[in-house]
Design a protein around this ligand. Sequence first.
Ligand code: HEC
Ligand code: HEC
Ligand code: HEC
Ligand code: HEC
Ligand code: HEC
Length: 184
Amino acid sequence: MIKRLIDWLKQPLGLIAVGIALLAVFSFAAYGISLTQQPPEQPVQFPHQTHVAFGIQCLYCHPGAAKGPAAGIPSQAKCWACHNQIAKTETSLLLAPLKQAVLSGQPLEWVPVAQVPDFVQFNHRAHVAAGQNCENCHGDMSKVTIAENPQVFNMGFCLDCHKQVAGDDHEKLVKLVDCGTCHY
Ligand code: HEC
Ligand code: HEC
Ligand code: HEC
Ligand code: HEC
Ligand code: HEC
């Protein structure tokens, strides 16, 4: 049986069939990646990796993550507090849009990438307070230029971790997988 299959696969038609199957798999994978991992067009090509490498904490720019539901994106005033003291800001083409926004008072319009739909309740504070790292959900931002969402925040993503966190604690499990915990 297997021998016959292999013989068939060796024929031209068999090879074409294998080729088409492989192409389909790869193009679906590429499509999936393009849907989830394409960084959007942003007003400034903000390099996370440069800032994180300088030792600037995630929570310095996204303090909301420790305090409430949304992490927040820093205001241009916060960017400017550093950048008006950095020589490179005068000449950098990458920083020209920031400078212009500050001079004109026109806020930068960042495009969100990490999002759940409105009918899902997510709160950063509960997760950060429980000791979850940013990286667990957002991937390693110290290697990223423009933020892209490495995770698809679907229901399975949330539930997998919730089940793991609850472990043998039945009461906790019931609470963390209860529909009303995330949808209300
Ligand atoms: C100097 C300020 C700064 C620091 C430090 C910083 N970020 Fe950001 N972050 C930004 C800005 C500006 C954006 C919006 C641009 C973008 O999406 O790339 C952003 C976007 C993001 C996003 C995508 C949000 C969205 O949906 O638009 C995530 C997730 C994120 N940051 C996580 C982190 C993590 C985790 C760290 C620490 C490892 C970190 N950031 C450090 C400024 C900063
Ligand atoms: C705590 C200080 C600090 C804050 C806050 C900060 N930056 Fe920076 N940023 C830096 C430093 C330091 C560099 C590296 C400068 C160098 O290479 O000489 C840099 C580099 C950059 C670059 C790359 C410039 C180039 O030509 O390579 C961009 C773009 C940039 N920052 C945008 C922003 C934006 C937008 C914000 C606000 C969301 C921001 N920065 C907030 C310190 C900061
Ligand atoms: C348990 C998973 C999880 C952890 C841990 C986590 N995040 Fe998030 N983050 C999310 C989800 C889910 C969203 C989308 C929230 C929404 O659409 O309301 C998000 C959205 C964001 C955003 C963009 C929208 C906003 O303002 O909330 C930023 C910026 C961000 N996170 C930064 C961080 C930082 C910094 C940390 C660490 C201090 C962190 N996150 C920890 C899951 C997480
Ligand atoms: C990497 C692990 C992890 C992921 C992923 C995760 N969570 Fe959680 N979540 C936790 C932990 C830990 C707690 C706190 C459990 C406890 O009470 O000790 C928690 C608690 C919660 C709570 C209860 C908060 C409260 O106020 O008590 C909600 C709501 C919640 N998560 C929603 C979500 C949603 C929505 C997602 C997906 C977008 C998600 N979580 C993804 C680990 C995770
Ligand atoms: C830990 C958080 C969490 C819990 C608990 C949870 N959900 Fe969800 N749910 C989500 C997230 C996140 C999405 C968004 C999915 C997406 O964007 O793909 C979602 C989406 C949905 C949707 C929309 C269809 C879909 O799959 O996208 C339905 C319906 C739904 N949930 C029903 C339920 C029911 C019923 C329960 C209880 C058995 C439940 N959820 C428990 C987080 C949760």
